[in-house]
Structures are given as C-alpha cells and as structure tokens.
Design a protein around this ligand. Structure first.
Ligand code: FAD
Ligand code: 2HG
Ligand code: ZN
Length: 480
C-alpha cells in the first residue's frame, strides 16, 4: 500500500466514523452510482470524487472539514447540484470530497414577530417556501430549479430568480448564517438582526462565495406577509425598446406590487413550443418578444385586476404592447409561469448550448441586444439566439444555440471561446457584469481577471488567502 493510498483509506475510515458508513459513498462499491454528485446539471463536466460525504448536522460538517484538512483533501460543497457554471461537482482527479448538505434539511424555527425563518442549508427551496406558507408568510425567492436546489446553494450562488425586481437577490433575503470555516470552526451567526454594525459584514462575504470561503450549514431568512392577490399577465411587445417602456409604466402604475417582469424572445418560446407543445405558449408566433408580468396586491384581487387592466390599456395605447392575456385564476397563472420556467429545459433538449447570465443597465439593454445580435450574426453565422430573462433587474440570459442541424458539442468546441469573448467584450462596453446570477464557478474562472476590476480581484484573493490559506474549499472555482 502506498503512503497516498494509506492516507486515503485512513481519511475514509475517519469520515465513516464521523457520518456513519451509509453516508460516505465511494467508488470502491461497484453498486454505488456517484454520477448524481459528479456530473453537473448541464452535462458539461463529469468529475470523479474521492468520496461523497453526507453529514447529518453542523458538528459533523465541522468534523469532516477538520479530517479533510488534516489529510490535505479538498472539499466541494454541494446542495441540489442544479448550478449552471460547474461550481458544485468535483474535478476529474479523484482526490476531492463532495460534501453534500442534503441530509441537513430541517426547518429549525419560525419567528413570526421577527418575520424570520431559520433553516438548515440542505433544505430544498420549495420546502422552505411551503414551510413559510404553512406559517402564514411568503418566502419570495423563486426559480425554475426550486424543486431541487437548496437554500445553501442559493446562498452560495446568491441566486436571483423571478422576484428580484421586488424582493432582491438571495443576499437581500438573508439575515444570518451559520458557517463552518476552512479550519473546521463553527461561526454562529444566526442572529436574525436587521441592524448590526459591529464590523465587517461576514454574512455578505459568504453569500455568493460559491463554497470557496466557508460551508453554510444554516441560515436565517426574511419572511414577508402573503399577498392578498397575485395576478399574472402575458403581453406581446413589438421590440426590446417597447419592453423597457412597458417596465417603466409597470413601475409607475404598480409600484411595489410589481413582483415579476420577465422578457422572452420568440426563438426561446419557439423552443418551448417545439419540445413541450402541450404547454400551449400564447402569442409567441405573432411577436418578437413576450413579457410576463406579475402584480402582487395587499388589498384584494379586484384591486389588483383593475390596476393591471389600467396598466395594459395604457401600454396598448402607448404602442408598447400589441396584445395581452391576463390569467383568470391561479391555475392559469401557474401555466404561464411554467412556460417561462421551461425555457432552460427546452434549450437543453435542443442540445448543448452557451449560456450567458449577464446584467446591463436596463436602459441600455435594447442597444446591447441590437448591436450584439448583429455582431454575432456576422462573426458566427447561423447561431440561434435564445434570449430571455429578468428584464426588471437588467439581467438577460443571452444564450447561444448552435446553428440548425449543427451538433451542440462540436459547436461549443469550435466556437465557445470566441462567442464568450465577443459577448463579454460587449458587456464590458455597456458597463455590465459577466455574471448576474449563476456565478463564476469553473466555467468563467478564466474570464474573471479580464473583466473584473484588478483591485477588487486582489482584495478577493487576499480574503481567500486569509480565510482558506490551504485552498481547501472548492479549489479552482471563482479565483482559479
Ligand atoms: P449547487 O449546484 O449544489 O451548488 C452551487 C454552488 O454553491 C457551488 O459552488 C457549491 O459549491 C456552492 N454551495 C452549495 N451548497 C453550499 C453550502 N451549503 N455552503 C457553501 N456553498 C455551497 N439560478 C438563478 O440565480 N436564478 C434562476 O432563475 C435560476 N434558474 C434555474 C433554473 C433551472 C432549470 C436550473 C437547472 C438552474 C437554475 N439556476 C438559477 C441555477 C441554480 O439553480 C442556482 O444556482 C441555485 O442557487 C443552486 O442551488 P443548488 O443547491 O443546486 O447548489
Ligand atoms: C432562468 O432564469 C435561469 O430561468 C436559467 O437563470 C437561465 O437557462 C438559463 O440560461
Ligand atoms: Zn435567471
């Protein structure tokens, strides 16, 4: 037995002592399929883990980190493995531990007077929403992957989703964290305080750090009153300019009632129609863009409906909407949202693709799209643009699908780098960000130094070095 193998065996034995045999999975058992933890959601990468470890509580997470530190073994934190930038799966070396939080999924407490809920990191977002609702409150974070992503992953990536225009990103919804550090210490920060000026904001340092600075084990999140009514409308708009004009009108007329504003391009909706014809996408064939709007009202459905109707009438008059439908009931509203949430899946059905989760000041999005569409059409003829996203937040999924009939994998091999450079240069020109939502992960690691302010980058490196000097936590991600 080599020293390396002996060290590996000793670590596995230690991890089994900490978490129990059933919760340390390795390739040694041929009946165990580690693919769900090793392959990323987009099937961009299939890594190989030394082991998948599933601690059941915070003390076990701390002990696992200490054991891995002693054996110089890197740890990749993983929640629901729905991330889109290859941030939560191991590399191919077979030397990294995947630390899966999914067994740590309890709701620890609801504090109605403080309007907070405290949950463990592995709690699936949909279960968190349901627990909030059962207590009579709204937890507003909402995204297509909510049936399997975890709050720990949402915090790790600072996920956005469809309600940001009103409630902010995951960061804005978080009031406290419990975190295991790279040294295996536990930071007890589940305060639930809305005000705390006692020094550096460690909570916000952890949020969005993609598992590179600490392992989030629990969080205290904000709750909101449930709205009295929620109405959804689907509008055909003649141009991106018109969509931005409609957004301005919606802000004016609905104020804080505007809880969702999503734009969807014709080709993106065409893909949903092609792969899921049963969803019956409205209006898409007659217009280049559709917009999904949501109005949440604290008064009544009648009030919400009359506000919505007045908004749509004004928009029709102004020419920024050419046709619209308002959902009659909750079932219809859900169907409209389901169409929007199915674009990612329809795109995956169509084949491997290039994703961009960029942000640009809202006012400049029409010019960005027009200019960048033209550039791409000239430089990479035949590409099909899958444009959609959270226009209310200035966040566009400016995705690129291979030309008709061209294999996605071959297209990516030959064009991904060129397409990314072209799009990111445009993003920089328009003062945007190359990642508004999904994070850096591994896919954008090489791009960050090209587009991030160098002083910001060196401060980030200093923070990483201070908190994780041995590069134990998710190495190769965010900073490389
Ligand atoms: P994982 O994929 O397991 O991990 C993601 C990252 O977080 C990794 O870097 C991982 O190391 C880190 N991490 C996980 N758990 C922890 C922890 N406990 N402590 C520290 N770090 C941790 N994203 C959006 O922002 N908005 C959307 O609208 C959206 N829609 C999506 C729709 C679909 C269909 C899919 C497949 C994905 C979507 N995503 C979206 C991306 C993804 O769902 C989010 O990034 C989500 O927050 C990831 O959660 P997860 O539990 O799956 O994390
Ligand atoms: C969404 O907004 C997600 O639906 C996924 O962020 C975006 O598939 C994508 O590119
Ligand atoms: Zn998104």
């Amino acid at each position: 037995m080599t020293a390396l193998t002996a060290s590996r065996e000793a670590l596995i034995a230690l991890l089994r002592q900490i978490c129990g045999d059933a919760h340390v999975l390795t390739h040694d058992d041929p009946a165990t399929d580690l693919r769900p933890w090793e392959q990323d959601w987009r099937k961009r990468v299939h890594g190989r883990a030394l082991a998948v470890v599933r601690p059941g509580n915070t003390a076990q997470v701390a002990a696992v980190v200490k054991a891995c530190a002693a054996h110089h073994t890197p740890i990749v934190p993983q929640g629901g493995n729905t991330g889109l930038v290859v941030g939560g799966v191991p590399d191919g070396s077979g030397t990294q531990i995947v630390l899966s939080t999914t067994r740590m999924n309890a709701v620890r407490a609801v504090d109605p007077a403080n309007l907070t809920i405290t949950v463990e990191a592995g709690c699936v977002l949909q279960n968190l929403q349901a627990a909030a609702e059962a207590a009579g409150f709204l937890f507003p974070l909402s995204l297509g992957a909510e049936g399997s992503c975890t709050i720990g992953g949402n915090l790790g990536t600072n996920a956005g989703g469809t309600q940001v225009v009103r409630y902010g990103n995951t960061r804005e919804l978080c009031l406290g964290l419990e975190v295991v550090t790279a040294q295996g210490e536990i930071w007890h920060g589940l305060t639930g305080l809305r005000k705390d000026n006692t020094g550096y904001d460690l909570r916000n340092l952890m949020v969005g750090s993609e598992g590179t600075l600490g392992i989030i084990t629990a969080a205290t999140m904000k709750l909101y009153p449930l709205p009295a009514a929620q109405l959804t409308a689907w509008a055909a708009v003649p141009s991106m300019d018109a969509a931005v004009q409609l957004l301005g009108l919606a802000h004016q007329r609905l104020g804080p009632g505007l809880t969702g504003f999503e734009v969807m391009g014709q080709f993106a909706l065409g893909l949903v129609d092609k792969h899921y014809p049963q969803l019956r996408v409205p209006l898409w064939q007659e217009t280049p863009w559709c917009v999904l709007l949501e109005n949440s009202d604290s008064e009544s459905e009648q009030h919400a409906r009359s506000q919505f109707e007045a908004l749509l009438e004004a928009a029709l008059e102004a020419g920024c909407v050419t046709d619209a439908v308002v959902a009659e009931n909750l079932g219809q509203a859900r169907s409209l949202w389901h169409i929007r949430e199915s674009i990612t899946l329809a795109q995956a059905e169509e084949g491997l693709n290039i994703k961009h989760d960029i942000s640009i000041p809202v006012s400049r999005i029409p010019a960005f799209v027009a200019e960048t569409d033209a550039l791409l059409a000239r430089e990479v003829p035949g590409v099909r643009m899958v444009d959609f996203g959270h226009l209310g937040d200035g966040n566009l999924h400016y995705n690129v699908q291979a030309p008709e009939g061209v294999d996605g994998k071959a297209f990516l091999q030959g064009n991904e780098e060129r397409v990314n450079t072209l799009v990111f240069d445009q993003v920089a020109k328009f003062n945007g960000s190359i990642s508004a939502e999904h994070g850096v992960g591994e896919l954008k690691v090489g791009k960050l130094p090209l587009y991030k302010d160098p002083t910001a980058l060196s401060m980030m490196r200093a923070v990483k070095k201070a908190l994780d000097p041995h590069n134990l936590l998710n190495p190769g991600r965010v900073l490389g």
